[in-house]
Design a binder for this molecule. Structure first.
Ligand SMILES: C[S@@+](CC[C@H](N)C(=O)[O-])C[C@H]1O[C@@H](n2cnc3c(N)ncnc32)[C@H](O)[C@@H]1O
Length: 194
């Protein structure tokens, strides 16, 4: 897929997918989105070794931010269909140390493992449960297969009992699918009332 780099409002860089005519990251801030929507909500679990599944790694904002912000990461499994994007991520928008850790683990998996494939296939092969799952597909009106009831059910089965799935998508069909998968649903960002 072809993309171009865009500026987002917090000064961090995001990506725009030219074929899909869709952004990979929020215009309000690629970095802010990773912190507020994906990583901050899971900090309450950060007292124990954490296993993380990053669905739709992209250029890795969520994984990189987790590496920066969380203390007790035991393992991260990253799933991304676009190999070129993952390789591009080694030099994209983050501190060198974290980017190098990612690249090293991509070439020789240690505590980070990459699955370069369709999440719908990978989800059936993964045979462990996770404390945290980042769920960051493109918007459903652009890529609805990433938000099907069937996939959400399969993903939910990979979560440990007290685990957390974080996502930006709070549309009714998606909340319904998580509800049907017997997940407890909560809001993690409370917008100020006007
Ligand atoms: C909204 S972007 C994710 C942004 C990413 N979390 C980041 O920090 O850069 C969605 C990502 O899903 C990937 N994707 C699309 N379809 C997929 C599929 N079926 N399986 C796995 N990844 C997929 C795209 O290549 C894209 O990188």
């Amino acid at each position: 897929m072809t993309f171009r780099i865009i500026e987002t409002k917090d000064g961090s860089k995001g990506l725009y997918n030219i074929e899909l005519e869709e952004v990979y990251h929020s215009f309000l801030g690629a970095q802010t989105e990773a912190i507020q929507k994906f990583v901050n909500p899971v900090k309450k679990l950060d007292y124990k070794p954490l296993s993380i599944l990053d669905i739709c790694y992209g250029v890795g904002y969520n994984t990189k931010t987790a590496l920066l912000e969380l203390k007790n990461i035991e393992s991260i499994d990253c799933v991304e269909i676009d190999k070129k994007l993952v390789e591009f991520s080694f030099n994209f928008e983050f501190n060198d140390k974290i980017n190098k850790t990612i690249e090293k683990n991509y070439k020789n998996p240690d505590f980070i493992t990459f699955y370069i494939d369709d999440i719908r296939k990978v989800v059936k092969k993964l045979d462990k449960k996770y404390d945290i799952i980042f769920y960051d597909g493109f918007a459903p009106y652009k890529d609805s297969c990433l938000w099907s009831e069937e996939l959400i059910f399969e993903v939910s089965k990979l979560l440990k009992k007290q685990g957390l799935i974080t996502t930006y998508n709070h549309s009714k069909p998606v909340l319904n699918a998580f509800f049907k998968a017997k997940m407890n649903i909560g809001k993690t960002i409370y917008d100020k009332k006007p």
